[in-house]
Design a protein around this ligand. Structure first.
Ligand code: ADP
Length: 189
């Protein structure tokens, strides 16, 4: 299996690149943000539990997120591999993912981090808000999300660096150029 973690701050372009990568490598895309939004839209129990947390730009508790992610993996027993987008966002999530993958005889193949400056991120998300209308794209919520990223999520990078699995790609530039940089790394796995 090819199991990739696509890593980066809010607005880094993970969603855009994931769409292209799943097509190229025939992988299953697991975006925890997208799954949470689907639950909220469908007003499931889980959706009700997390909607306020997400609207405020906070991270959903690890226990909830990890359980949901494992369910998603189990739903796809035929998958050739997965792209994890927006997960893991904490070291505890990264550790749980390793334990879970091991239990099914799998592992993370590699982690690619999209490097984007904070200034560029704010501009992109402001633009996206006009189109998406996502409540958590509002300026104060966005600040909170970027804070969550720098407080909790960046610590995931040294975790994977320690495993020798981390690569970085410049996330500013043409979508196609960034995609080429990503595939150059993935093709070497
Ligand atoms: P972004 O566009 O900021 O990268 P996502 O669409 O990935 O955001 O996620 C939106 C929100 O969903 C996050 O701000 C957070 O509240 C919640 N969320 C998504 N993935 C996780 C996760 N792995 N752990 C905790 N919360 C998460």
């Amino acid at each position: 299996m090819l199991n990739l973690v696509l890593f980066g701050p809010p607005g880094a372009g993970k969603g855009t690149q994931s769409e292209k990568l799943i097509e190229r490598y025939q992988l299953v895309h697991i975006s925890t943000g997208d799954i949470f939004r689907a639950h909220i839209k469908d007003q499931t129990e889980l959706g009700k539990q997390v909607s306020q947390i997400i609207a405020n730009g906070n991270l959903v508790p690890d226990s909830i997120t990890i359980a949901m992610l494992e369910e998603e993996i189990k739903k796809n027993p035929q998958a050739k591999g997965f792209i994890f987008d927006g997960f893991p966002r904490t070291v505890a999530q990264a550790e749980s993912l390793d334990v879970f993958l091991q239990s099914i005889g799998e592992q993370i193949t590699g982690v690619v981090a999209l490097d984007v400056t904070e200034e560029e991120l704010k501009q992109r998300i402001a633009k996206r808000q006009e189109l998406s209308g996502r409540a958590d794209d509002a300026a104060d919520k966005l600040t909170k999300r970027i804070e969550e990223y720098f407080n909790k999520t960046v610590h995931v990078l040294p975790y994977y660096e320690g495993q020798g699995k981390l690569s970085k790609v410049n996330g500013i530039g043409e979508i196609e150029t960034i995609f080429d940089d990503l595939t150059a790394i993935i093709d070497k796995y």
